[in-house]
Design a protein around this ligand. Structure first.
Ligand code: LMR
Length: 328
């Protein structure tokens, strides 16, 4: 091996601790959903573009479906450097010490995806990413999934229909309060465990965008779904800060460009993926799908809107105000 090549290899190893014998910089990108979801497809798109733009200096290994780590463990793995890149749901940043991300969990706060994008890509998004600096994590971009729907084994029209139901939630205090306000009994559980928990009756129901519901086959074990669009589920793509800061500047520039392209792609396909998934759930005929009437929806809003005030101190009144005053 030429001296220069050896020097590059040593440098790469020193930078990242994850370069392979060929001197390639390895990015392990771990996530918990199926490859054919918006996040799964965008992770693959990032891989393709990143490897092309860095002309093979970077190799991205995508691990879907909690193959490497479940929800909580993947965040610890990122912080310790066992993996370099994740895209956890915005509901999972509380346990990392960044509860402000729960802004996106507040029910009925965002009227549409355009408003969400303005908030994420604007001042609020910057403020949120700044909170990650002290956690050894750098935020790169926000990805969509979409609005969440409720599912269980009984019809849910009025908020009171959830009374007493055990509902699986992500680890978010806002989601916990949301389910309690609906009279349900919230249970935090890793995404990879939801299907079995529904099948075995450990929980009665859950909430998720339909793309997650369908790709995890939850329609096999849930009799009813209500199109409530009561809250949003999106992602922050994050990297290990030491790894990221240690990359050669030109590699980082290429990776930023690849992430930009993957983000445009991701936001473009997310809604369509959810629409397609809904059509498939309906076609499977195992889950009855019901859409709230405007009057029923107003009732859900009346029950859940007070959460904005309740969480002002934890999330920040400034962030909630930005979200409320950003109309698209
Ligand atoms: C969930 O746990 O329900 C979701 O956050 C999974 C995901 O990453 O979309």
């Amino acid at each position: 091996m030429k001296l220069r090549t050896i020097a590059i290899c040593v440098l790469a190893l020193g930078i990242s601790g994850v370069a392979n014998a060929a001197g390639e910089i390895i990015i392990k990108f771990s996530h918990v959903v199926a490859p054919d979801t918006p996040k799964g497809q965008a992770a693959e798109r990032f891989k393709q573009v990143a490897e092309k733009l860095t002309r093979g200096r970077v190799k991205v290994e995508v691990y879907p479906n909690s193959q490497l780590y479940k929800d909580r463990e993947e965040i610890e793995a990122l912080q310790s450097g066992a993996v370099q890149m994740l895209a956890p749901s915005l509901s999972k940043f509380g346990p990392m010490g960044a509860p402000e991300f729960q802004l996106f969990d507040l029910p009925f706060l965002f009227p549409n995806q355009e408003t969400l994008h303005r908030v994420m890509d604007g001042e609020a998004g910057k403020k949120l990413f700044a909170k990650l600096d002290t956690k050894g994590v750098t935020g790169l971009t926000f990805w969509d999934n979409g609005f969440k729907q409720m599912s269980s084994n009984k019809p849910m029209h009025a908020p009171t229909d959830l009374n007493g139901l055990k509902m699986r939630i992500q680890s978010s205090k806002v989601l916990n309060a949301q389910m309690k306000a609906l009279g349900a009994n919230p249970q935090v559980m890793a995404f990879s465990e939801v299907y079995t928990a529904l099948q075995q009756g450990v929980v009665d129901g859950t909430e998720n965008p339909v793309s997650n519901f369908y790709t995890q086959k939850m329609h096999e074990v849930q009799k009813h779904m209500t199109i409530s669009n009561h809250g949003y589920l999106g992602y922050a793509v994050i990297v290990n800060k030491t790894f990221w800061d240690g990359l050669p500047a030109d590699v980082r520039t290429s990776l930023n460009q690849a992430m930009k392209e993957a983000t445009v792609y991701e936001r473009d396909i997310a809604q369509k993926d959810n629409d397609d998934a809904l059509a498939r759930v309906i076609a499977a005929k195992t889950t009855t799908v019901y859409t709230l009437t405007p009057t029923e929806r107003a009732e859900w809003q009346k029950t859940l809107l007070p959460l904005q005030k309740e969480f002002e101190t934890i999330i920040g009144a400034d962030l909630i105000k930005i979200a409320n005053t950003t109309a698209a």
